[in-house]
Design a protein around this ligand. Sequence first.
Ligand SMILES: Cc1ncc(COP(=O)(O)O)c(C=O)c1O
Length: 435
Amino acid sequence: MIADLSLFPLTAEVNSRGHLAIGGCDATELAAEFATPLYVFDELSLRSKCAEFKTEFAKLYPDTMVIYAAKAFINTALARLFNEERVGLDVVSAGELYIAREAGFPLDKVYFHGNNKSAEELKLALEWEVGRVVVDNLYELEMLDRLAGEWGVKPNILLRLSPGVDPHTHKYIATGVIDSKFGFPMTGAGEAVARAASVANLNLIGLHFHIGSLIPEVGPYELAIERVLDLSAGMKKKHGFELKELDIGGGFAVQYTRDAPAPPVATYAQAITARIVSKCRELGLAPPRLIIEPGRAMVGQAGVALYRVGVIKEIPGVRCYVSVDGGMGDNIRPALYGAKYEAVVANKMNEKDAGEVAIAGKFCESGDILVKDVNLPRLTAGDIIAIPVSGAYCLPMASNYNASLRPAVVMVKDGKGRLIQRRETFADLTRCHLT
Ligand SMILES: Cc1ncc(COP(=O)(O)O)c(C=O)c1O
């Protein structure tokens, strides 16, 4: 039997022991050495994705800058890796900015987002000289203008617009629709651009939109590009506004399950760049620098979650629950969005499937089911379950629910596993408690 490893990182293979291996490391040995639940990142897959995004866009549109959306998962080791790959960073909080700074990430390559940035966050952005502040609303615009005046600087800003486009994704991750908390709605966008271009202490250099996440088609991007470029052309005529940067956000889909393929990066690159070029030509605009902000698509497939099987509960004629030592504390996505995953048994890669089971977490919620129905070989306690495409939006949304310890993270390469984030300890649980 040949295991289907297409959802796993590039280096995934079945080794001579019939075990899953990633980056040349046997998954069962990683689980034994670092304990479970464990998140494993494949360094080669991460670096290849950076290269793929940079190459696919730049070959069609040379003036493209790729910035990684840190919210998908960031820590200091990852920030260093992205810097080595010459990728910028999109942050949405002072906390993410702090991690970037601790990692020695060049802050002039950071774009600072957020729909409710505090004065403290904006002051930090000015003090630490972040590359761009992406202004979300008028309140923020006025506050940033005042703070920049007090600080004696003139930061570069983009305005975030909400282009009113349906991205055909889950409603919790659709951000550019009319009814959204993010950005300036198109109806008031003209006044916002005029205001931002006229304030004394800010340098408006571009426009941004992010229409959602896991967007399975290119159409919503094309529509949003048209709307924003139409607005830019109008603003150019009226106020002489020059669009130097167009930031089209992230949202590129990844394949989580065998039955839900996602378009390759090249498909997005072709459609997006072609529409910018043709629309700019039609409107007589100079093509702006293009910024893209992939998060999920940069790290999703590079990450694999490993869990150890404990209790197996067969309810005859109903379901077989296989409980593992993690769950919604380290991956809330199935409970939050009904997200679907596949799973394999890392120590039984060559064994035949024996039937359908549900992979249940160990948290005190009935909804804590990681995978509802997956066909797996016969399981026993101690087996290692591997869930692919776990690199994005699992760890950053992890919690200490049930006073659980957030998992360790290992980077694998050439047969070696390097701990890049230690597992929390009991002492971490009470660190902030005051008696
Ligand atoms: C402004 C912005 N840019 C980029 C992203 C990254 O999206 P994705 O991980 O789907 O690529 C997000 C996600 O919410 C976002 O809000």
